[in-house]
Design a protein around this ligand. Structure first.
Ligand code: PBG
Ligand code: ZN
Length: 333
């Protein structure tokens, strides 16, 4: 008798829905659209250059002409957003990072070229920070040997305005100074750039995963580390606070970074914020996969798919990833 009322293994079978690819696709809870991927680019203040970054196989610093060619082929793959990082002209690094705001800088020139060439079929995002332009490599200016918050806001606002002036669609401040979203938003609105979007690196941890990026952007701090401004990886309540503050200051999107060690943080911010949420699958996450794949230790397509899906499942809407081009070109997703 008891057999009849027990839920038998034969009755409940999750495997039924896993039997064929069509069934699995039918009930998949998450996916990644090409339109949700953002491809980062390191732009040099030169025309056709292409300088491979040894710690990031497959990624290079590129001159503007080379950049335009890559963006064109990426658009054909469905990548409709780019995030640009720049470099000053030789000898352009100074204590206050003023070259970050140069109207003819690499990023500003690249933005103008990309918008002229592709118009609104491409979303052009720019990283707003000082670290590639300061001689000490910190993201703000120094006072008495410390990264000083409020004195850093003006040079950051100048950089942001120069990107807006060049035609950037989205400004992404990554410096982690308090109050910079409000300062940038106000300056944009006062100068007629009220349509320019601010995507805040709201939740940016001090992370060892940024190592390869610092080679690529030539932005390693000359002394000390970034722990007095980037977040402590022991904290998650603080992440919610940072995201709330930036939303209150007028951010249109918020970001969590790095992505993979912080999937719980992505989930926490997803559940407490209504803003679109970006996750940055950073340089070290990319390099680790590439190194293991190059050794034959990991299957790159499978790992990349699993990583990007995990980031989406955690709650990210858009993903900034150096894998974007390979993943779409290879049909890995
Ligand atoms: C600069 C900046 C960094 C990254 C994005 N903007 C590095 C840092 O803060 O040291 C990291 C991106 C990556 O590792 O891919 N403020
Ligand atoms: Zn920086």
């Amino acid at each position: 008798m008891s057999e009849l009322i027990i839920t038998t293994p034969e009755r409940v079978r999750p495997r039924r829905l896993r039997r064929t690819p069509a069934l699995r696709d039918l009930v998949a809870e998450t996916g990644i659209a090409a339109a949700q991927l953002v491809m980062p680019h390191f732009v040099l203040p030169t025309g056709k250059a292409e300088v491979p970054i040894p710690s990031m196989p497959g990624i290079a610093q590129v001159g503007i002409e080379t950049l335009v060619g890559r963006v064109e082929s990426d658009l054909a793959l469905g990548i409709r957003a780019v995030l640009l990082f720049g470099q000053p002209h030789d000898g352009g690094k100074t204590p206050d990072g003023a070259a970050a705001a140069a109207a003819n800088g690499a990023v500003q020139s690249a933005v103008r070229r990309l918008k002229e060439t592709f118009g609104d079929s491409l979303v052009v995002m720019t990283d707003v920070c000082l670290c590639a332009y300061t001689d000490h490599g910190h993201c703000g200016v120094l006072r008495d040997g410390e990264v000083a918050n409020d004195p850093s806001l003006l040079p950051l606002v100048d950089a942001a305005l120069s990107h807006a002036e060049a035609g950037a669609d989205v400004l992404a401040p990554s410096d982690m100074m308090d109050g910079r979203v409000a300062a940038i938003r106000d300056a944009l609105d006062e100068t007629g750039h009220d349509n320019v979007i601010v995507m805040s690196y709201a939740v940016k941890y001090a992370s060892a995963y940024y190592g390869p990026f610092r080679d690529a952007a030539d932005s390693t701090p000359g002394m000390g580390d970034r722990k007095s401004y980037q977040m402590d990886c022991r904290n998650v309540r603080e992440a919610i606070r940072e995201a709330d503050l930036d939303a209150g200051e007028g951010a249109d999107l918020v970001m969590v970074k790095p992505a993979l060690p912080n999937l719980d943080v992505i989930r926490a911010v997803r559940e407490t914020s209504d803003l679109p949420l970006a996750a940055y699958n950073v340089s070290g996450e990319y390099s680790a996969v590439k190194a293991a794949a190059a050794n034959g230790w990991l299957d790159e397509p499978g790992v990349v798919r699993e990583n990007l899906l995990a980031i989406r499942r955690a709650g990210a809407d858009l993903i900034i990833s150096y894998h974007a081009r390979d993943a779409l070109a290879g049909g890995w997703l």
